[in-house]
Design a protein around this ligand. Structure first.
Ligand SMILES: [Zn+2]
Length: 289
C-alpha cells in the first residue's frame, strides 16, 4: 500500500507524507533493493514520541543523579530501591521494573560478579571495595527511558577500577559508532574491539533493545558484531546501548532460586553502563544525559 504524497504520514506526525517521511521511505527502499536489512516503520518514532521519551529521560537522569549523591558504604541495595521508588513516584512517574514479568523491585542492583538483574535486598549491604550497577527505567506519561551507571564504594581494587572504566569506554565506543543510515553491527564491533583491547569480554545473549513505547522493543542490540552488517540504523530509532563487560569469561548463569540475577560463570567482576539514545538525521541524541 503506497501513501499518496498529500496523505497524512504513517508516522502519526499529522503532516503530509511528502513533508514528512517520503524521502525517508525512498532512501530505505533504495537500501532494501541493495540487499540491506531495513527497519520496519514500527521501529521509527515520530518527533512527538521522541520528545516524550526525552521528558521521561530527564526524570530517569535526575534519579541516577540522586542515587549518585546518596549511595554509600553500609547502605543496603533495598535502601537504593526505596530511593528509586520514592523519587520516581514523587515526580509523577513509575518505575518500569516493578512487577515487570514478576520482578519484585523498582530497579536492578548488580554487585561485583553480578552481570545484571540483581534484585535489591536488605541483606545486600554495600561494603568498601564493592562495585555496583544501578539500572533504572522510568515510565512518564506512558513513555519509557532506560539507563544505568556503575558506583564504586570507597577504595576499590585496581581490577575493579579497570572493569568499571573499560565498561564505560565500551558504552562510549558503541555510541560513537552509531550513524544515521549506518548498521547495527557497527555498534557491537566498536564495543567488542574496545573490550578486547584490554583483555575483557562482552556478554552475549543479553543486550540492548528498542525502548520508548514499551520497556523492551525491537531491535535487539548485540554488543559484539561486525561493522557494516545487520539492520540499517534509521533516524527515529530509539534504543539502548548497555554493554556488560567481564574481567574474565563472557559466560554467565542465572540464579535458579530467584530466576533473575545473572552472575559471571567464573565469579570474576562484571560492569555495565547504559544510555537510551535516538538516531537523528545528522547523528544521535542521548536521551538519558
Ligand atoms: Zn512522518
Amino acid at each position: 500500500m503506497k501513501l499518496g504524497k498529500n496523505e497524512l504520514c504513517w508516522c502519526g506526525s499529522g503532516k503530509k507524507y511528502k513533508k514528512c517521511h517520503l524521502d525517508f521511505d525512498e532512501r530505505l527502499e533504495e537500501l532494501r533493493l541493495k540487499g540491506c536489512l531495513v527497519p520496519p516503520h514500527s521501529m521509527i518514532k515520530n518527533q512527538q514520541q521522541i520528545d516524550a521519551i526525552r521528558e521521561s529521560g530527564i526524570i530517569n537522569t535526575a534519579l541516577l543523579d540522586e542515587v549518585t549523591k546518596t549511595i554509600h558504604e553500609g547502605m543496603s541495595t533495598e535502601e537504593i530501591d526505596d530511593l528509586v521508588y520514592e523519587f520516581t513516584m514523587s515526580h509523577g512517574a513509575t518505575p518500569a521494573p516493578l512487577g515487570y514479568e514478576g520482578f519484585p523491585k523498582s530497579c536492578c542492583t548488580s554487585v561485583n560478579n553480578e552481570v545484571c538483574h540483581g534484585i535489591p535486598s536488605r541483606n545486600v549491604v554495600l561494603r568498601e571495595g564493592d562495585i555496583v550497577n544501578v539500572d533504572v527505567t522510568t515510565i512518564y506519561h506512558g513513555y519509557f527511558s532506560d539507563a544505568s551507571r556503575m558506583f564504586c564504594i570507597g577504595k576499590i581494587s585496581e581490577e575493579a577500577e579497570k572493569i568499571v572504566r573499560v565498561a564505560k569506554e565500551c558504552l562510549e565506543a558503541g555510541i560513537s559508532a552509531v550513524r544515521p543510515w549506518g548498521h547495527l553491527g557497527d555498534i557491537g564491533a566498536a564495543i567488542q574491539a574496545r573490550a578486547e583491547q584490554d583483555g575483557c569480554s562482552i556478554v552475549r545473549d543479553i543486550g540492548g533493545h528498542g525502548v520508548g513505547i514499551e520497556m523492551h522493543e525491537d531491535p535487539y542490540v548485540c554488543h559484539v558484531g561486525e561493522a557494516g552488517t545487520g539492520l540499517i540504523l534509521a533516524p527515529g530509532m530509539v534504543f539502548t546501548i548497555e554493554p556488560m563487560v567481564n574481567l574474565g569469561t563472557q559466560k554467565f548463569f542465572i540464579d535458579k532460586k530467584n530466576g533473575w540475577t545473572v552472575y559471571t560463570k567464573d565469579g570474576k567482576l562484571s560492569a555495565q553502563w547504559e544510555h537510551t539514545l535516538v538516531v537523528t538525521e545528522t547523528g544521535i541524541e542521548i536521551l538519558t544525559h
